[in-house]
Design a protein around this ligand. Structure first.
Ligand SMILES: Nc1ncnc2c1ncn2[C@@H]1O[C@H](COP(=O)(O)OP(=O)(O)OP(=O)(O)O)[C@@H](O)[C@H]1O
Length: 204
């Protein structure tokens, strides 16, 4: 589903991501771990096609359309950004409808204990509720590839399990799911862990 071979990235000459290989198959949930600054978010942005690596190869199967992140197709790729990034002027239900291309997704909101908040806008719900809505949006169009950046970072233990249960179920239905996380609960539900080293490269 997704192959990254030797991808690396620097910003202003400072390495953000050291060369890394990631192979992600359909039906697999893989977690990226590593210290803060080790390049997890950078790798996810490269995997989603929003950042260009300085070297290495990225092969999504099937190829992702060449669209900026704000115009991405949620049918191809479900994305939970670290910044959450729901449309502020739309209700939670309408955020899902936009991703799905039609109304629906109520059962996902219910499963994430958001059913009673469906008609509220993101600014009218908590950060954790916004994050769960972003997870629902990523899954609502049943994409073949799901990329999630710390999707449990604003959740209590019980809600983290709800989020993980849905991401695990997406993988079990055949999606390829790539998650960056520090959360041991995520690692415990993953099929594999890929650990990134420290971001800085020792020279000399
Ligand atoms: N747009 C950018 N410009 C300059 N430096 C950047 C940029 N994006 C990331 N970096 C740097 O690249 C390194 C890797 O960042 P990244 O966000 O990928 O790490 P991370 O492992 O996701 O960290 P965290 O766990 O704290 O979210 C960091 O040192 C960061 O400061």
């Amino acid at each position: 589903m997704l192959s990254l071979r030797g991808v690396r990235k620097s910003y202003g000459g400072t390495p953000a991501l050291r060369p890394v290989d990631v192979e992600l198959a359909a039906g697999e949930l893989v977690v990226l771990t590593g210290p803060s600054g080790s390049g997890k978010s950078t790798l996810l942005m490269i995997a989603g096609g929003w950042e260009t690596p300085d070297g290495g190869e990225v092969v999504p199967h099937p190829p992702l359309p060449d669209l900026p992140v704000e115009r991405m197709s949620w049918q191809d790729l479900g994305f939970v950004p670290q910044s959450i990034s729901l449309f502020e002027e739309l209700t939670l239900a309408d955020n899902l409808a936009l991703a799905r291309g039609s109304a629906g997704g109520g059962e996902l909101l219910e499963a994430l204990e958001l059913g009673h908040l469906a008609e509220r806008r993101p600014g009218e719900v908590s950060r954790g509720e916004q994050q769960r809505a972003a997870v629902a949006r990523a899954l609502v169009a049943s994409p073949a590839l799901v990329i999630a950046d710390e999707p449990t970072s604003h959740q209590d233990h019980r809600r983290a399990q709800l989020v993980l249960g849905l991401l695990r179920a997406a993988a079990d239905r055949g999606a390829a799911v790539l998650i960056a996380s520090h959360d041991p609960a995520v690692v415990s539900r993953a099929d594999r862990e890929i650990r990134l080293g420290a971001g800085a490269v020792t020279r000399g």
